[in-house]
Design a protein around this ligand. Sequence first.
Ligand code: MG
Length: 252
Amino acid sequence: MIYLKSPSEIAKIRAASRIIGELLDALEGMIKPGISTWELDAFAESFIRERGGRPAFKGYQIPGLKPFPGTLCTSVNSGIVHGIPSREVILAEGDIIGIDVGVIKDAYYGDAARTYGVGTIHSEAARLMQATQKALEIGISAARIDARVGDISSAIGEWIHSCGYYAADDLTGHGVGRELHEEPQIPNTGRAGYGPRLKAGMTLAIEPMVNIGTNRVIEKGWEFFVADGSLSAHFEHTILITEAEAEILTKA
Ligand code: MG
C-alpha cells in the first residue's frame, strides 16, 4: 500500500523534515577531528527534542537485534549505514562520516542523511561524496509525477555506474511519512519504465549508498560495511511528489 498524503499530513511531514535539515546543517560545524560519534548523537537528540520532535531511530526494532540505541546512524569510512554512535569512535582527520537521522513529530516522520568530510579529506573521498550527492539530485529529478519508481532507480544506478562506483547491495530508499519505512522500496539500481507509478502526495526517502570498490556488503549486527573495506558515502532526502518538480522536505 502506497499512501498518498493529505495536505494536513504533508504539513506534519514537512515540520518533522525541517528539523532534520536544520540538524544536518548544525552538525556541519561540529564534525572535526577529535569528536566522538556519541557526542554528535547527544547533540542531535537534544536538538530534536528542543524542537518538539523525537528521534525516530532510537528504539527501532528489527528481529534478532537489540533496539537501535542512537538518535543518529553514524557510519565512518567503509561503514555504509546503521553505524552505532559510540564514545569509542573518535573522528580523525581525513575520515568521512555518513549521518542518517529520522524524526517523528505529531506522529509523522521525515528521514535524511548526509556524508561529511572530517578536516581535509583525500581527493578520492571528495569525488565519492560529490558523486553520491549528485546521484541523489539525479534521483530526485527523476521523481516526477507519472514517472515510475524504476525511473528513479535506473537514473541513480546509471549515474553511479558511469562514475565507476557501486550501489550497495540490498539497501534501498523507501516511502516515509505515516511510518518510518513505507512502500514502495526505491532501489538504487533498476529498470526505467517499471515499478509503481508516482502520484502527487507521495512522500519518499531517496537514498543512494555508493561504494568505491564493490557492491557487496557485510553485516555486523546493525552495521553494514563495504565488503572490501573501501569507502562508502550516503545522501538522502525526504521528498514530496507534486504536480511540478519534487519538493525536498528535509531542508533547513
Ligand atoms: Mg531512509
